[in-house]
Ligand binder design. Structure first.
Ligand code: ANZ
Ligand code: ZN
Length: 822
């Protein structure tokens, strides 16, 4: 029998069957007990849930979903109890902007977009359990987002602040540091301004140390861990005070101090990570916008120049300001001096834009001999460069390395590490750890977000909305466009805003700011575990069973969502709401799929490919295999509709292979046995390691060999289908049933390899030196080129010929020969 491979018929049929038999329903631990299957290990596989945009999915989006689908199917067949859910991250500016543009209510737009997304996803044949679908904009969901906020407030981790905040003039809202791309709004690319306004802030900095320390326990890509460490930016250093000479005391100082005879000292406190270099400080720099400078105004003789410089500086971005190698600028403050506490030397003070106001103390001691930016500045302004650490050549460049102190009085000869503490103490300073991480600016002046559940009462101040009154629902409005005044559009809805104070019963007003779009995504994975629970955010027993997420698949968000979620999770852990202190044990970070033209796939470039079209023409199974075969999972690769024909032909060949089943002889069975068992082993290992492209290669190799045979055994073909099932679930179920099975392949056990049959897995490699055979050695047949070469060069005979010289050339003839030229 060779029927045509009609992917449309096959795929629709099996999706209907799966649906009909509800084969993707999750089994909760309680039901497991009923089934007396308590020992079944669990596996929670999570996708970064999408924002349901109006544009729908393009072929890049499903890459991660396909991978997690394959992985969870593999784990299911390997005997695990699976949780693989999906939901919608639907609050936030993009939804609101889409709605404004298309003149529909964001709620309606979101509903419509979700329907579209869901149909696109279902075309691809995922094993999601849709009974657990969540939507961050559903009041039953955001009730718990608000509840977490109340708990943060209760514990003093949410507070009001009046610090100047990043303001995007185009999006018309305040933003967190994490929402910036350098100094631009990450969403719209507009340069942000600093704007003083009232805002809600979460004290994520309280968790900074734990957020760094616990990274060690996570199976995450190093680059993501690094990115988080850098974002948190812990530096161990010291605060050191420099007395300011000649600063005229302001009248304000007098009135402030009750005792008029007590003199207020003018001091400049700097933050340094290198207190050991204090003897090499030759000037100080204060951030141009630092308020200290204003205090010294009357002592500064070139004030006009200062004002002019401040004006110029405003046009520059922070990145521009601090870049190494950038032409340094600055202005000396004429009239004031700083005194170096270790040797009483008078140092000039500058303002310069390479020092930032919001890091450390906003002021530095400059050590040009050992800091690159100070070196550039000193060269330009002709300032002295005093070497205090031995090891470099400071006539050429700053020496930033370790070494022994020199020119440092009684500390000369001391190593850097020891000197840090000693010099700090001598200077009367104190050791201090600083962080780049800032508290999380958590309020947005926009409509489409969770209302912050707080009431402002003139008498009682800030009053949390009582838990029983949650959720605070987002009211219907006529216009959800931003007011532009820095107030949320909610402020205009008087019926909603004016409430009774829950404490005193008097007139009060609701908070009108909403939460950022990162709020709902900071805990959503927990809700999948228990999506309908009315009493708690998640049942703790269920959570104990399913948490932590075993594999989290997604890209982007290395420093935003993935830091925020870890912070909230740790908070929930501390208050006893969850069982483990980290949410995601393992992270698989994916490389994006670019368009055929190598650009990002975007409506703007007109290069978007809709997965619906690919599914229609080639089939979902082909799309799945193709996206996994494009290259290593973590690598970015460009889409090519032309290349999809390869995976399609591969599946067609598997389809045809069925006609060879049944007529098997023992002899052919024996022939393929080794390769077959090796393939089972390799496929399992590679899926576990997210190396999906090499899985397909192995499957192709085995297919080639099977095709060469007259006939293949049913057993082997069925095993082959099982290995392929996670990648091509529709087609394999069709063939599986065609062979007379009536189960679903999804419910079948994963094939087990026979290790006894894999052993003949060794190859013998001959080694030639300058064309003459000198040695042979054995190595695993699976050894990669680099391994074979390394072993050849380590061979003792070869070592003798090499005489400790590097070979000119090493050539590998695959599986046979290494030829060395010396
Ligand atoms: C003296 C010194 C000597 C420094 C030396 C470095 C090397 P990280 O590691 O990023 O924390 N610094 C301090 N506050 C600053 C600010 N607001 N803007 C710009 N630079 C600032 O860097 C800390 C170092 O960056 C500090 O240590 C300070 O320069 C500078 F051989 O102090 B150092
Ligand atoms: Zn913006």
């Amino acid at each position: 029998m060779t029927k045509e491979y009609d992917h449309k018929k096959v795929e629709q049929k099996w999706r209907r069957e799966w649906e009909k038999h509800q084969i993707y329903k999750t089994t909760d631990p309680a039901s497991l007990q009923a089934l007396q299957d308590k020992t079944k290990p669990k596996c929670f596989v999570l996708d970064m849930f999408p924002f349901p945009s109006g544009d729908g999915l393009h072929v890049g989006h499903p890459k991660g979903y396909i991978a997690s689908d394959i992985y969870s199917r593999f784990k299911k067949m390997s005997g695990y109890n699976i949780l693989h859910p999906m939901g919608w991250d639907a609050f936030g500016l993009p939804a609101e902007q889409y709605a404004i543009k298309n003149k529909i209510h964001p709620r309606i737009a979101v509903e419509k977009n979700i329907t579209h997304f869901k149909s696109q996803l279902s075309n691809i044949g995922f094993n999601y359990d849709w009974d657990r679908e969540i939507n961050t904009t559903d009041p039953e969901y955001y009730k718990w987002t608000q509840w977490i906020f109340l708990k943060l407030l209760e514990k003093g981790l949410a507070y009001e602040s009046f610090e100047p905040v990043n303001w995007c003039p185009s999006c018309q809202t305040g933003l967190a540091n994490e929402d910036l791309d350098g100094t631009k709004c990450e969403r719209c690319g507009t340069e942000v301004e600093k704007r003083p306004m009232r805002q809600w802030v979460l004290k994520i900095t309280d968790y900074a140390d734990r957020l760094i320390a616990d990274l060690d326990s996570l199976d995450w890509p190093e680059h993501v861990k690094e990115a988080q460490k850098n974002w948190i930016g812990r530096s161990e250093g010291a605060l050191i005070k420099f007395e300011i000479r000649n600063a005229i005391r302001q009248p304000a100082d007098e009135t402030n101090s009750k005792n008029k005879t007590q003199k207020t000292k003018h001091e400049l406190e700097v933050f340094t990570t290198r207190p050991d270099t204090l003897f090499g400080a030759t000037y100080c720099v204060v951030a141009p916008e630092h308020t200290l400078v204003d205090k010294w105004k009357d002592s500064i003789s070139n004030w006009d120049e200062i004002l002019k410089y401040r004006e110029e500086m405003k046009t520059k971005t922070e990145i521009e300001r601090t870049a190494e190698g950038k032409e340094k600028t600055g202005v000396r403050l004429d009239g004031v001096k700083a005194i170096n506490p270790v040797n009483q030397e008078e140092l000039p003070i500058f303002i310069a834009d390479y020092v930032l106001a919001h890091y450390g103390t906003g002021a530095i001691m400059a050590v040009p001999a050992h800091d690159t930016r100070d070196y550039e500045f000193a060269k330009k302004f002709g300032l002295p460069i005093v070497e205090v650490i031995k090891g470099g050549d400071i006539t050429k460049e700053a020496y930033t390395g370790d070494g022994e102190l020199i020119n440092s009085g009684k500390y000369s000869g001391m190593p850097v590490d020891e000197a840090k503490k000693a010099v700090t103490e001598f200077a009367g300073g104190k050791l201090k750890t600083t962080y780049k991480l800032r508290d999380w600016v958590f309020s947005r002046q926009r409509y489409w977000g969770e209302p912050i559940p707080v009431i402002h009462c003139e008498k009682c101040g800030i009053v949390p909305v009582p838990e029983k009154d949650l959720p605070v629902k987002l009211p219907e409005v006529d216009s959800y466009e931003p007011t532009g005044t820095g107030e949320s559009p909610l402020a205009n809805i008087h019926d909603w805003v004016n409430v009774k104070c829950p404490k005193c019963g008097g007139g009060a007003k609701r908070e009108t700011n909403t939460m950022p779009n990162w709020a709902g995504s900071s805990w959503y994975y927990l809700r999948y575990i228990d999506p309908l629970n009315q009493n708690v955010l998640v049942d703790k027993e269920k959570e104990k069973y399913w948490s932590s997420v075993d594999v989290y698949v997604g890209g982007d968000h290395a420093t935003r969502h993935l830091i925020y979620a870890r912070f909230w999770h740790k908070f929930l852990f501390d208050m006893g709401a969850v069982n483990y202190s980290e949410p995601f044990s393992r992270l698989e970070f994916l490389g994006n799929i670019l368009a055929e033209d190598g650009r990002k796939m975007s409506k703007r470039w007109g290069n978007v490919i809709n997965p619906d079209d690919i599914v229609e023409t080639y089939g979902a199974d082909t799309l799945r295999v193709y996206e996994m075969f494009m290259g290593p999972f973590e690598q970015t690769s460009a889409w090519s509709t032309e290349s999809i024909i390869g995976p399609r032909r591969f599946l067609e060949r598997v389809w045809k292979l069925e006609s060879k089943v049944h007529k098997v002889t023992d002899e052919t069975k024996g022939k393929l046995e080794t390769l077959y068992n090796q393939t089972i082993k390799k496929v399992g290992e590679d899926i576990e390691a997210f190396k999906f492209n090499t899985v397909i290669s192995k499957m192709m190799i085995l297919l080639n060999e099977m095709e060469k045979e007259e006939s293949i055994s049913r057993e082997m073909f069925e095993g082959y289908l099982k290995l392929l099932a996670p990648f091509a679930p529709h087609m394999t179920d069709e063939l599986w049933h065609d062979l007379g099975n009536d189960s679903f392949i999804y419910n079948e056990p994963w094939p087990i390899y026979d290790s006894a049959k894999i052993v003949n897995d060794i190859m013998t490699i001959a080694v030639q030196v300058n064309g003459k055979l000198r040695a042979t050695f054995e190595i695993s047949a699976e050894a990669e080129e680099a391994e074979v070469k390394t072993q050849a060069l380590a061979n003792e005979v070869v070592v003798k010929y090499l005489e400790e010289k590097a070979p000119k050339k090493v050539i590998y003839v695959k599986n046979k020969l290494i030829s060395i030229v010396i």
